[in-house]
Design a protein around this ligand. Structure first.
Ligand SMILES: Cc1cc2nc3c(=O)[nH]c(=O)nc-3n(C[C@H](O)[C@H](O)[C@H](O)COP(=O)(O)OP(=O)(O)OC[C@H]3O[C@@H](n4cnc5c(N)ncnc54)[C@H](O)[C@@H]3O)c2cc1C
Length: 235
C-alpha cells in the first residue's frame, strides 16, 4: 500500500487548543479536505503575513489514522521560534490555518508489524499516533514506546501514556517514588523492552536521534531496521 500523495494547500479551522505542558500545546484542526494519514506522517503549516511574507514548518500528526476528519498536532513553543510562538501566542479556536499533507512515506507505521518507538521530548508526537493506533486496534503487543524527557512537567499526553506498552525515562528530575534515578537514556532502558523482530522508530532532536541510534546499534539493531525523524532547525 502506497502512502497518499499530499493534497494541495487547504484551509484548516482550529477547533480546540489543549495545553500539554508549559511549552507545548495540541491544536485540533478540522480539515476542509480530509485525507486519511498514516501514523508517523506530518503536515506543513504555512503562515502568510499581510505583506505576503510566508513561513512554513512541518508538524507531525499526533492523532491516530482513523481520526482523519480532524487531525491533532502538538507544537513545542521555541523562545525565538517564528512559527511555533505564533501558533502558541496568537492562534485561538476558530482561526483558520493553511496546511498541506499528509506527507512522509518512510517514517510511517501501518499497524501490523512489531515496532519499538523511541522519543526525545517533542519527538513523541508522531510516535503517539503510532501508540494510539496500536491501542485502538488492540495490538499493543506489537509496540513499546520509550520516551525521554527532562522532568514530569515536560511529559506530553501524561494522563494517556501510562501502560505496559510505555516506559518514561526522566533525565533531570523524576516523580516521587520513581525507581530509576534521573539520567540519560541508556542501553539498559531499551534492553528490557526490546520487541522481537521490531523496526525501531526514533524521533527527536538531532542529538537525541544520534544517541538513540547508537544505543540501538549497540544492542544489535541493523541499520535497515532503524528509522529516524529529526526535528532539527532545518525542519
Ligand atoms: C518532519 C518534521 C516533523 C516535525 N514535527 C514537529 C512536531 O510534531 N512538533 C514540534 O513542536 N515540532 C515539530 N517539528 C519541528 C518544526 O517543524 C519546527 O522546526 C519548529 O516548530 C521550530 O519552528 P519555529 O518557526 O518556531 O522556529 P524557527 O524560527 O525556525 O527557529 C528558531 C530557533 O530555534 C532553532 N530551532 C528550530 N527548530 C528547532 C527544533 N525543532 N528544536 C530546537 N531548536 C530549533 C533555530 O535554529 C532557531 O535558532 C518537525 C520537523 C520536521 C522536519
Amino acid at each position: 500500500m502506497n502512502t497518499p500523495t499530499p493534497g494541495p494547500w487547504q484551509v484548516a479551522t482550529v477547533k480546540e487548543i489543549i495545553r500539554e505542558t508549559k511549552r507545548a500545546k495540541t491544536f485540533r484542526l478540522a480539515l476542509s479536505e480530509p485525507s486519511r494519514h498514516f501514523a508517523g506522517q506530518h503536515y506543513v503549516v504555512r503562515l502568510t503575513a499581510e505583506d505576503g511574507y510566508t513561513a512554513s514548518r512541518s508538524y507531525s500528526v499526533a492523532s491516530p489514522p482513523e481520526q482523519s476528519q480532524d487531525i491533532e498536532v502538538t507544537v513545542e513553543r521555541l523562545e525565538d521560534g517564528e512559527v511555533s510562538s505564533f501558533l502558541h501566542d496568537v492562534v485561538v479556536p476558530g482561526d483558520e490555518l493553511e496546511v498541506r499533507g499528509p506527507i512522509g512515506g518512510w517514517f510511517v507505521w501501518r499497524g501490523d508489524t512489531p515496532a519499538l518507538l523511541i522519543a526525545g521530548g517533542s519527538g513523541i508526537v508522531p510516535l503517539m499516533s503510532m501508540l494510539r493506533l496500536a491501542r485502538r486496534s488492540g495490538r499493543s503487543d506489537l509496540v513499546h514506546l520509550v520516551v525521554s524527557v527532562r522532568s514530569p512537567d515536560d511529559l506530553y499526553y501524561a494522563d494517556e501514556l501510562p501502560g505496559s506498552d510505555t516506559t518514561v525515562v526522566y533525565t533531570r528530575e523524576m516523580p516521587q517514588l520513581w525507581a530509576r534515578p534521573p539520567g540519560r537514556l541508556g542501553e539498559d532502558d531499551l534492553r528490557h523492552v526490546l520487541v522481537e523482530r521490531a523496526t525501531a522508530y526514533v524521533c527527536g532532536s538531532t542529538g537525541f536521534a544520534d544517541h538513540a541510534t547508537s544505543l540501538l546499534t549497540g544492542l544489535g539493531f541493523a541499520d535497515g531496521r532503524i528509522r529516524v525523524e529529526r526535528f532539527g532547525p532545518t525542519g
